[in-house]
Design a protein around this ligand. Structure first.
Ligand SMILES: Nc1ncnc2c1ncn2[C@@H]1O[C@H](COP(=O)(O)OP(=O)(O)O)[C@@H](O)[C@H]1O
Ligand SMILES: NC(=O)OP(=O)(O)O
Length: 316
């Protein structure tokens, strides 16, 4: 019998905002993923990059101001940097975690490019929050450079950028080849590097793709049975954070659709995960299983959730 294939999408809390935070947090994610591999699931990993892509962009911009030998790095290059920065840590820490359990499996990160549509409306309506919180003065400087910022009450300002929909994953054959060779792949990190196809050239776009959307596309393309979002909560809730909070266990696509229509889920955080889950379980692309499932749970609950003991499960 073939192994059950999971696409595991790691959220922001698996990496934190800084390098020391990343070193600590990645260990938790690696343990959770190793639990799945040890239980004989086939795992493809993808991850967030919002804080990191913003960090690289700010750092390169500041360097270029200090020294003309340095040049500003386009946002697409910062996406590529974030895939290497996170992938390097994750592949090494996961490799060690597996070796410590007596599991010998190569773990590789694939620098992954994702096609976006130049006419995607997202380019004229930036929504994706990236980078750290800024003071009002720093936010003013960003605005002067032509960048967009949003204000979060009590927290400060953050940059926002266009987040077009992912259309195609260019390195999908390489990802499939590694899966077929029984290896662990980290791919499409940060939603993939957004690129515009111009003849034979893939030109980096100034955008950051929602990783929940690309995780969903990846899960369809590799024909995964489970799309597992590992985030900061054990379950999706109604009335999240309120006294009458109601954690959700299992929802079918009709129930999810009805909830989405009421607008109960917060944009930019839990909403893209719920929408991607619905798309995954209802899509017919490459669907060889009648039992597709998306699960949203906390990063330390991966195996429990896949075994049905926790998490919010979305089914057809
Ligand atoms: N209705 C909800 N149910 C559960 N969590 C919610 C809800 N609304 C907002 N959240 C918050 O959204 C977070 C997930 O969004 P985010 O941190 O952006 O995702 P990611 O972990 O993929 O980076 C949760 O950890 C939780 O704090
Ligand atoms: N690219 C992306 O969706 O990253 P975050 O999850 O950090 O926003």
């Amino acid at each position: 019998m073939s192994k059950k294939k999971l696409v595991v999408a790691l959220g922001r809390n698996s990496f934190g905002d800084t390098f020391p935070e990343q070193q600590k947090a990645v260990k938790i994610a690696a343990k959770s993923i190793a639990d799945l591999i040890e239980a004989d699931y086939e795992v493809v990993i993808t991850h967030s990059n919002g804080p990191q892509v913003g960090m690289f962009h700010t750092a390169m911009t500041e360097f270029s101001r200090l020294d003309s030998k340095y040049t500003v790095a386009p946002m697409s290059v910062c996406s590529a940097l974030s895939q290497g920065y996170i992938g390097y840590d994750l592949q090494n820490i996961l490799r060690t975690e597996l070796l410590n359990r007596g599991i010998f499996k190569p773990v590789s990160t694939i620098i992954t490019q994702v096609k976006v549509d130049p006419f995607d409306k997202a380019f004229s309506n930036p929504t994706k929050i990236i980078g750290r919180y800024m003071s009002e003065e720093e936010a003013d400087l960003e605005k002067k450079k032509g960048n967009y910022v949003v204000f979060e009450e009590g927290k400060g300002y953050r940059r926002i950028i266009a987040s077009p929909k992912p259309k195609e994953i260019y390195e999908i054959d390489a990802i499939q080849a590694l899966i077929a060779a029984n290896q662990i792949v980290i791919a499409a990190g940060g939603g993939g590097i957004p690129v515009l196809e111009q003849g034979t050239i893939l030109k980096g776009a100034s955008a950051v793709i929602e990783k929940d959307d690309t995780s969903e596309l990846l899960a369809e393309l590799v024909d995964a049975e489970v799309l597992l979002f590992l985030t900061g909560v054990e379950k999706v809730s109604l009335n999240y954070g309120k006294e009458e909070e109601q954690p959700l266990d299992t929802l079918n696509s009709k129930e999810v659709q009805d909830l989405l229509e009421t607008g109960v889920f917060e944009a930019g955080s839990i909403l893209p995960k719920v929408e991607a889950s619905l798309k995954f379980v209802t899509s017919t692309l490459n669907n060889s299983t009648t039992d597709r499932r998306a699960i949203i749970t906390h990063v330390d609950q991966a195996l429990n959730a896949v075994h049905g003991k926790t998490g919010t499960h979305i089914i057809k």
